[in-house]
Design a protein around this ligand. Structure first.
Ligand code: ADP
Length: 247
């Protein structure tokens, strides 16, 4: 579904992502993980064309991203960010339907899709009339997911979608997301900085350091056969973190 070649984006301070050459075949869930600032969000934003690479290419479903086809391709890639990124002045319903309205969908078609998605993400109907500020963090993320799925995109990119949530809501939404991903059979790329969360969602984990993927594999691969010292340190630090967490 995604194929990137020598993809590179470096900011003025030298940070960024790349060079990256890899493929993310259709229909699976991939977890992008690594320490803060290693380039996970940058990579994700290169995948959906929100950032233009300095070098290299992104191919989506066999089509190379270019300025001419970007708008059309972006409609086929749902995107969810940490705080949801919802428009504060619109109701949840208004946020979810915005793109479809722009594309001229009929009110009937919008309502039908909305009902389908509401069921999928388990959001009570009355909450759809609230503005984001009157929703909890978990509810906001459910609405963001509905918005990202409205046009039935082939791929879904999620940037730390559970990062801002408290542990119980996070665990609940983690389970729901896993069910939703399995049900939808879309290509999903999920950014997290938590190895347990990465392995919860995927057996294909891409561990990044300084903009590059240093190891790709399952949790077992990363823990049993770390590719280098950084991987070993990262895995150990995550284990220590979880071991020290209060019961
Ligand atoms: P991660 O998602 O892994 O935390 P990011 O991809 O957000 O990392 O950022 C990687 C680095 O790139 C950051 O340390 C930041 O300094 C830099 N960066 C990200 N976006 C920009 C930008 N728009 N302009 C300048 N520097 C940026």
């Amino acid at each position: 579904m995604f194929r990137v070649e020598r993809l590179t984006k470096r900011f003025a301070n030298g940070a960024g992502a790349g060079p990256l050459t890899l493929q993310l075949p259709r229909g699976s869930t991939y977890a992008l993980i690594g320490p803060s600032g290693c380039g996970k969000s940058t990579f994700l934003r290169l995948l959906n064309g929100l950032l233009t690479p300095d070098e290299g290419t992104v191919e989506f479903d066999g089509q190379r991203l270019t300025p001419a086809n970007l708008a059309a391709i972006r409609q086929r890639i749902g995107y969810v960010i940490q705080d949801g990124g919802l428009f504060p002045h619109l109701s949840a319903r208004g946020n979810v339907s915005l793109q479809a309205e722009f594309l001229g969908w009929s009110a009937q078609r919008i309502a039908a899709r909305m009902a389908e998605l509401r069921e999928l993400v388990k959001l009570p109907d009355d909450l759809l009339d609230r503005e984001p500020a009157r929703l909890s963090g978990g509810q906001r993320q459910r609405v963001s997911l509905m918005r990202a799925l409205m046009l039935d995109p082939a791929a879904l990119l999620l940037d730390e979608p559970l990062g801002a949530l408290d542990p119980m809501i996070r665990a609940e939404l983690q389970d729901d997301l896993q069910r939703i991903f399995a049900e939808l059979e879309k290509t999903v790329v999920l950014v997290t900085h938590d190895l347990a969360e990465a392995s919860h969602f995927s057996r294909d984990i891409l561990l990044m350091d300084d903009g590059r993927v240093v190891q790709r594999g399952s949790l077992r691969d990363l823990t049993r056969q770390p590719a280098n010292e950084f991987v070993e340190r990262f895995v150990t630090a995550q284990r220590t973190l979880h071991a020290e967490a209060p019961a």
